[in-house]
Design a binder for this molecule. Structure first.
Ligand code: GDP
Length: 431
């Protein structure tokens, strides 16, 4: 079913059976990119931006840090130790004193945030949904250069007739240039496989709700410091390339999930379509998404002062929906290079070639440019909706309970009053 594991499988460090948790370290040690002119540390970890001692006791004002449009942490400019020292020593004494007076130090705040977040590490939870055989596992393995589905058993046709949807969680710890990412993939084998797929999206919906519920409980509990965020930040929804646009199941499922998770539609196995077919299919799917009122993940609007290059990239992303992708776990030889691809009798497709597929666009969007925004939207929009609903329901329950209690007390009082009156009447009649 699956292709060979990736030939250039990264250095896997540990695998805990049962838990399906592994640790992967990308990039050789010491290859950490030197940011802001500093040298990589011996461990490959980019050196942390520390406020450097200054001859006068006050460092010079650092350059303003450009704001990253994607909201992802930006490594701020760090003053160069040697260079700064020389500059400052040559400054006239008066100018130096003036500068000292102007300097407060909050320009170093981004450095503190950066250091803290790097230390804490990042988490991201990705759900994949779509019928069997659309290349979900192959794509996930290609995206994160890992083999998450080693122990997977693919059911045969008979087993799939009455198959229910399972939820399988794979966790992998990835480290790249000293930055740790705990990636969780939520797989949904069995989705859309049965003959009757009524409500087959329910387990997916329930899983997302359960994670919100758990987070809500943790947040309202005593130990709020070490809350583990298992909320689903993104759902890659795989659409078959063989149909005419969306199937009724796709529409129903996406509509059931769109208020709870960021849906990113994927046009699977793009190599089975010609360029013209792909364009037409993409357009049709975009129209249907609009027609059925499905709210897929919206890329954040850019500011008017954003760079032209950024605006162009943003437009390309928006026009590429649904991302037409090709997955492969094997490496092939192309023009003297080893690349991930698929070989056919008539030629070859390269997974990472932008002319062949949107794989690179998708990976860059998911990991490099929009991961933080996906998390922000989950927290600020989807989770907030859930929380507001929860609080509303709880308030309603409390009001109902109070009403019920008041009615019970009233009824008991009336009952007592009546029984006392009855007894008095009885006594009177006996006398
Ligand atoms: P899943 O059941 O959705 O996880 O699908 P798999 O990843 O197991 O892939 C099912 C089959 O499709 C395998 O034989 C893969 O080699 C093949 N496959 C995966 N991705 C692609 C693709 O992009 N194009 C083509 N033509 N085949 C693919």
């Amino acid at each position: 079913m699956r292709d060979l594991p990736p030939a250039s499988l990264p250095n896997e460090q540990c695998q805990i059976p049962g838990q399906q948790t592994s640790v992967i370290n990308y990039g050789a040690e010491g290859t950490g990119a030197a940011t802001n002119g500093s040298h990589p540390s011996p461990t490959g970890t980019p050196p942390l931006p520390l406020p450097l001692p200054h001859p006068t006791g006050t460092p010079p004002l650092p350059r303003p840090t450009p704001c990253n449009p994607t909201g992802s942490p930006v490594v701020p400019h760090r003053p160069n130790r040697a260079g700064t020292g020389r500059d400052v020593q040559s400054l006239p004494m008066k100018r130096q004193l003036d500068q000292d007076k102007e300097y407060v130090g909050f320009a170093m705040l981004p450095n503190q945030v950066h250091r803290k977040t790097v230390k804490k590490g990042f988490t991201f939870t990705l759900m994949v949904a779509g019928e069997s055989g659309l290349g979900k596992s192959t794509l996930i393995n290609s995206l994160f250069l890992t083999d998450l589905y080693k122990e997977r058993k693919v059911p045969n046709a008979e087993e799939r007739i009455n198959k229910t949807v399972d939820i399988v969680k794979h966790t992998v710890s990835i480290e790249e240039k000293g930055i740790k990412l705990r990636l969780t993939i939520i797989d949904t084998p069995g989705f859309g496989d049965a003959v009757n797929n009524t409500e087959s999206w329910k387990p997916l919906e329930d899983y997302i709700d359960q994670q919100f519920e758990q987070y809500f409980r943790d947040e309202s509990g005593l130990n709020r410091r070490n809350i583990q965020d298992n909320r689903v930040h993104c759902c890659l929804y795989f659409i078959s390339p063989f149909g005419h646009g969306l199937r009724p199941l796709d529409v129903e499922c996406m509509k059931a999930l769109h208020e709870k998770v960021n849906i990113v539609p994927i046009l699977a196995k793009a190599d089975s379509l010609t360029a013209a077919e792909m364009r037409r299919k993409k357009m049709k799917i975009r129209e249907e998404i609009k027609q059925f009122g499905i709210n897929i993940y919206q890329f954040p609007e850019y500011d008017s002062d954003e760079e032209a290059d950024f605006k162009r990239q943003d437009q390309i992303l928006k026009d590429s929906i649904p991302f037409a992708v090709i997955g492969s776990n094997i490496q092939v030889e192309s023009k003297g290079r080893r690349v991930r691809g698929r070989i056919y009798p008539w030629g070859m497709v390269e997974v990472e070639n932008p002319v062949h597929s949107d794989f690179l666009l998708l990976r860059n969007m998911l990991v490099r440019t929009h991961m933080q925004d996906l998390k922000d939207v989950t927290r600020e929009s989807h989770y907030e909706n859930y929380r507001a609903n929860c609080i509303q329901n709880m308030t309603r329950m409390v009001v109902l309970e109070r009403k019920l209690k008041t009615t019970i007390v009233k009824n008991t009082l009336t009952f007592h009053k009546e029984s006392v009156q009855r007894r008095l009447l009885c006594l009177e009649s006996v006398q």
